[in-house]
Write a protein that binds this ligand. Sequence first.
Ligand code: IVH
Length: 680
Amino acid sequence: MSAAERITRLRAELEQHSYNYYVLDTPTIPDAEYDKLFRELQALEDQYPELKTADSPTQRVGDKNLGKKREGFEAVRHAVPMLSIRTETDTEASGATNFDARVRNALGRDGEVEYACELKFDGLAVNLRYEHGLLFQAATRGDGETGEDVTQNVLTIHSIPLRLHDCQAEVLEVRGEVYMSRKDFNRYNDKQRELGLPTLVNPRNGAAGSIRQLDPALAAKRPLSFFAYGLGEVKGWTLPATHSGILDALASFGMPVCDERSVVSGAQALAEFHQRIAAKRDALPFDIDGVVYKVNSLALQQELGFVSREPRWAVAHKFPAEEQITILRDIEIQVGRTGKLTPVAKLEPVFVGGTTVSNATLHNEDEIRRKDVHIGDTVIVRRAGDVIPEVVGVLIEKRQANARAFVMPTTCPVCGSHVVREEGEADARCTGGLFCPAQRKQALLHFAGRRAMNIEELGDKMVEQLVDGGIVGTPADIYRLDMDVLSNLEGVREQSGQNLLKAIERSKQPTLARFIYALGIRNVGETTAKDLARHFGSLDKLKAADESLLQQVPDVGPVVAQSVAAFFAESHNCQVIAELRIAGVLLQEHEGEPINTLPLSGKTFVLTGTLPSMSRDEAKAKLEALGAKVAGSVSKKTDYVVAGDEAGSKLDKARELGVPVMDEQALIQLLGNHLYGGHA
Ligand code: IVH
């Protein structure tokens, strides 16, 4: 094969893998393998510079751009102005009915109109100009007439194709939203916090900031994504008859188009779409601030035209805001399970992101200083998705003369022990350990947690009373509780006492993995606990392992190994474990029984949608008990997908990849077969 042929082959292969990974979210090759092919292509292009092309995958974060900070952005005049749409701020159903009424009125129609419904992504609009199928230029919206050339930064967005698949149109301008996913936003901020560097206020600012970043190397460090939602200038391509047809065509060209869209008729259906999306807003992997309705027929769109630079055929219908302004009354300190001191803002209650919020995290001392938060300030509170509400900023101009700065206490507000902040650490910690009632309470709550020993009846209030009353000090004490003790507690009725005792009894035969997790060893989360259980098979073997032996467990590095070894080196921890065993806690260990003898070992399952009778956690636990792995996304490596109601894109992906799909009925059958000794 000639170098030119190999280069073409490599490019096509890399493009396909990139598309699978970034657009379909279904990786088809290990990262290391991708890197190898990428480096081979780079080497060939270096050897034969004449074979380099602008659409080669090597050009995304091409070395030529790294560290080359520009002076500013070139202005780009849009061939077709980038307009905005009218916003319906009323978050009730009337937002939908009003729009539909205006449309039908303008068209002079009685019957139902067909609409394309989409999400209103919360990022920033860009125009991607493709000429003869190649990405030619990317520009921001600017004032709608003139934007800025941000091509170099847009190249770093992996889901944006450098070349359209099967589209040679002379000009095709694709318009859409550049955004930052919540995962990428949180990951970026966590990293920044660790390094003591400034954090992003919200994903939208993150997207806007990176796209206008003058150094593309820095832009590449802030991962962005893109969804196409419309067109700009088009030459040499016959438009489909509908907006939904356009989006389908863009998807077939390899553009990322959001799956969450519908074609519906009539006002009622618009309102239903608004409601359905509002219900799943928190579960989406990115922020939206509403939905968008567009008249689906392009002919009708033309008939409707524009009023004062806004199309009459489209509207944005908002959701309640995820950011609000309120007053910060005080800052309290919360002491966590590992002694971490978290400053918590006590707020004037405010309705944000769908609930009333009166507490919000301030993370740590440095964050407070960086954001310049004072007690008494007017602050911006954010609650998005199922993330804990946080204070993201201050309205400095509203600061009153009596506002006070915050000072981290030097002693623990709960137990009076010294507070230390080790060098290079962002968090201050109480040194009281389990002497500190706050740490003890958190440790007990963790021990009893749903994913640990699963003693659900042992909640906040109960633990509070048990610890404050000196009744429970260690997890072993839980197993010594009886009705005599419980009946003396305030507000504990006979029935709830009985329920608690029953739950405690039921918890006595945990799997080894749950038990390890329940111990609350620093840096040992659920996954690590499972890995350790699988590897060692028994608690005694785990206890006996030194750091080097621990590091032989896949995914266990020096930090985790150190934490585990340190935990078991502490005699009072071993004492508690011994007492738990005496109290009747019997671990389900599988000593000497390698994991691959379990009936579903080596099989990967993905669960999606709502199962009729089982929760997803339940199904997961049952599968894992039989040795299966339960993954979050569908890929070629998935053996089975279990689909319930409203299974979405994962189900589509399974069908596309030919992965077998089963319903709950089939799952129960499979589980039953194995429980009663059958074979798959
Ligand atoms: S259509 C002429 N569709 O919302 C119609 N816009 O004012 C042009 N946006 O900043 C816009 N999601 O970037 C459209 N699905 C969607 C959208 C969307 C977000 C943004 C857009 C602009 C504003 C519209």
